[in-house]
Design a protein around this ligand. Structure first.
Ligand code: BES
Ligand code: MN
Length: 443
């Protein structure tokens, strides 16, 4: 097997699931492997402990007068369940149909290693890098990067840089180089509604006390009007309107027609806020999503039970200039005000992250676009991303540097889902992209 794929396969074999404490040692072993890889290619790498999973930092020897480029990635992955839907073991990578199949193949190990191997190849071919490089790799992105902001604060002198590059986002279609210049923010919460002190017979008590499952359905339904507009008071107050140049530019972006959304998602029709295209809805408009809902009997057949409690898990995707903490206060009041009679409400606020928006036409943005053109042989498209990487806006606030989002994921890479995969071609293009990127950023 060619050496780059060999490295990727080794990296993918670690079950570095950050959210699951049973995998803490796998996360650590993965960081240790990374440390050895980076030291082995002639960089000076260090492993830094945090309250939970380690951060790995590596650098070449810095020279005055050179641009300092920080490259960020994450070596942790999402859980694999439901395991029975995978066609091969998530941590025994395989190549089929020109794609690498494994958890983390795309998000983020494949994309992250393309950075590392692009640097390794440049070191081998040019004997030196044209820039001062800092690699910053964390093991907690998939749990909201709880320990990275304090780490950045503590290390902000050592991590001082001019620009940041990250491949942890998407391409609109195969072969279409894509630069992201925005990300949505996120705010999460979980609501539990409680009724009787224990599950009840729904015949003996049904009708006399409130049913928490009915109540949670009403609460969930209160978030949107029938047309999909969010009903939380003040929710849209700080939403920055789309710019005309963006809307015009996005109309020419391939891979994001309504038909494309239908093909990738398998939904019977698209649905969303009136007078916005599907791409605009995802890239530049906020949402309120239910990620999970439950309560009462989930087994086969029927059971006449009146459940004692019911819950729903929510996440809100945010756009500039919404602030996650401010939005969450508005959401909290909405839930309290709209809580149906007869149940008590418990709201647990989860993690959050700010939205990000930068100027794609900055000098570094243009350098990244030249690198994308050279690596893929065609002009890149410029998009915002619907997903979130909370640390990107924190980079701007603490390190005062903007981030170039050079995504390599395809719409059908199935990140976070069973059968995650990454085309070998994207991995190879990513390595080439990083070689061009260092040279173009140095100009
Ligand atoms: N790589 C993704 C984010 C992403 C994917 C951005 C595709 C754009 C396009 C990242 O690892 C991720 O999944 N982030 C989480 C946020 C986090 C706070 C759990 C997300 O977006 O749900
Ligand atoms: Mn992810």
């Amino acid at each position: 097997m060619p050496k780059p794929l060999d490295d990727l396969f080794s990296f993918l074999r670690f079950a570095s699931i950050s959210t699951d404490s049973r995998h803490a040692q796998d996360v650590r072993d993965c960081a240790t492997w990374l440390l050895a890889k980076l030291n082995g290619m002639g960089l000076k790498a260090e492993l830094h402990e945090t309250a939970r999973h380690p951060v790995v930092v590596a650098r070449n020897s810095h020279q005055p007068g050179r641009k300092t480029v920080l490259i960020y990635g994450h070596y942790d992955v999402q859980p694999v369940d439901p395991l029975d839907l995978w066609h091969s073991d998530p941590f025994s990578p395989e190549i089929r149909e020109g794609k690498i199949w494994a958890r983390g193949a795309t998000d983020n190990k494949g994309q992250m290693l393309a950075h590392v191997l692009g640097v390794e190849k440049t070191l081998r071919e040019q004997a030196d890098l044209p820039v001062n490089l800092i690699f910053l790799f964390e093991g907690e992105e998939e749990i909201g990067s709880p320990n990275l902001a304090p780490f950045l604060q503590a290390q902000r002198e050592n991590l001082r840089c001019d620009v940041i590059a990250v491949s942890d986002t998407g391409m609109v279609a195969a072969g279409v180089p894509t630069m992201g210049y925005g990300l949505r923010g996120i705010a999460c919460a979980e609501v539990t509604l409680r009724g009787p002190k224990g599950d009840l017979h729904s015949g003996i008590y049904g009708g006399a006390v409130a049913n928490p499952a009915t109540a949670i359905a009403r609460l969930v339904a209160s978030l949107h009007d029938p047309k999909g507009r969010i009903q939380v008071a003040g929710f849209y107050d700080d939403v920055r309107p789309l710019e005309t140049w963006e809307r015009e530019m996005w109309q020419k972006v391939p891979g994001v027609t309504d038909q494309d959304f239908l093909n990738v998602t398998g939904s019977p029709s698209v649905f969303g806020e009136e007078s916005f295209s599907s791409a605009e809805r995802v890239w530049a408009r906020p949402t309120a999503e239910v990620n999970g809902i439950g309560g009462g009997y989930q087994g086969e057949g029927s059971k006449t039970v009146l459940p004692a409690q019911a819950f729903a898990k929510f996440s809100f995707r945010l756009v500039p200039d919404q602030d996650p903490k401010d939005v969450m206060e508005k959401v909290r009041s909405h839930f309290e005000k709209n809580c149906p009679a007869g149940v008590s409400i418990d709201i647990e606020i989860g993690h959050d992250g700010k939205p990000y928006l930068s100027d794609p036409h900055s000098p570094d943005g243009k350098a990244a676009q030249r690198a994308l053109s050279k690596a893929f042989g065609r002009e890149p498209v410029l998009i915002r991303e619907g997903g979130s990487i909370p640390i990107i806006q924190t980079f701007r606030e603490i390190l005062h540097a903007d981030t170039l989002l050079l995504g390599l994921a395809l719409p059908d890479c199935q990140i976070h889902a069973p059968n995650e995969n990454f085309p070998v071609a994207n991995f190879e293009a990513g390595i080439l992209l990083n070689q061009h990127l260092l040279n173009e950023l140095a100009l």
